[in-house]
Design a protein around this ligand. Structure first.
Ligand code: ADP
Ligand code: ADP
Length: 225
């Protein structure tokens, strides 16, 4: 088996989406963001989107049964067959167990869990200043740390930049609490089974990218042995 099946772990605002977009290009992986998938459902006005929206606006996790079903279908799709990069999933132990089971059923396994660590005080500023492209949610900017060339316009496709509904101070605080209580235990979970790799997310996006890329390149070599 030489596929790379990776998880990006870390608090909201750590830079998971930013790094996923780069790693997807480096290694030809399918980038699977549960947040982006849910926001697309909200946008379409589907039943799933309708159910998810109230949780998202409150900064709470969407119920596991909604998310697990969505991800189990997604990792089995053909573009994820050569490897994937999960961004925003799993977010608690029951989702992590469900992922392990789904992969086992496909005779696949995880290669690594990449943890991007950033302290809460930096995260609030990152999330409050985040702007995303209305056309492609993988085009991510920051008003101070990574501003677009023209205010509120995406450099890559000229579309408008918007602030996410849940990137408001009050919701941000709740999302950080939810991360610490429900998602942080996954660090020990993946460490126990030898899959955890840690990265200092306080560094610039370029530096974080260089570190993660080097680690993933090594993992790929090991998978080929
Ligand atoms: P996540 O997907 O983990 O929630 P994002 O990738 O959306 O995080 O990044 C959150 C915000 O922080 C965005 O505005 C992004 O431009 C900015 N950002 C990402 N990485 C860094 C970094 N290393 N240093 C400073 N700002 C960053
Ligand atoms: P961030 O990385 O900035 O926290 P995401 O885009 O990953 O944001 O998630 C936004 C919201 O979508 C979450 O606050 C939550 O309501 C919902 N969500 C995303 N992924 C999951 C998941 N795996 N389980 C439950 N809820 C999720």
């Amino acid at each position: 088996m030489s596929e790379l099946n990776l998880i990006l772990l870390g608090p909201p605002g750590a830079g998971k989406g930013t790094q996923a977009d780069r790693l997807r290009e480096d290694f030809g992986l399918a980038h699977i963001s549960t947040g982006d998938m849910l926001r697309a459902q909200v946008e379409q006005g589907s039943e799933l989107g309708r159910q998810a929206k109230s949780y998202m606006d409150a900064g709470e996790l969407v119920p596991d049964e909604v998310i697990v079903g969505m991800i189990t279908v997604r990792v089995a799709e053909s573009d994820a067959g050569d490897g994937f990069l999960l961004d925003g999933f799993p977010r608690n132990e029951s989702q992590a167990d469900a992922l392990g089971k789904a992969l086992g059923g496909l005779e696949r396994r995880l290669t690594a869990a990449l943890l991007i660590e950033v302290p809460d005080e930096d995260l609030v500023r990152r999330l409050a200043g985040r702007r995303v492209c209305v056309k492609s949610p993988t085009h991510i900017y920051h008003v101070d740390f990574d501003p677009p060339k023209h205010e509120d316009v995406c450099d890559q496709d000229g579309a408008r930049l918007i602030q996410r509904d849940d990137d408001r101070e009050e919701t941000i605080r709740r999302r950080l609490q939810v991360y610490h209580s429900q998602t942080e235990p996954l660090i020990a979970y993946y460490d126990r089974i030898g899959l955890l790799r840690r990265f200092d997310g306080r560094r610039s996006a370029d530096e974080v990218h260089a570190h993660i890329r080097a680690t993933v390149a090594t993992l790929r070599l090991e998978e080929k042995l």
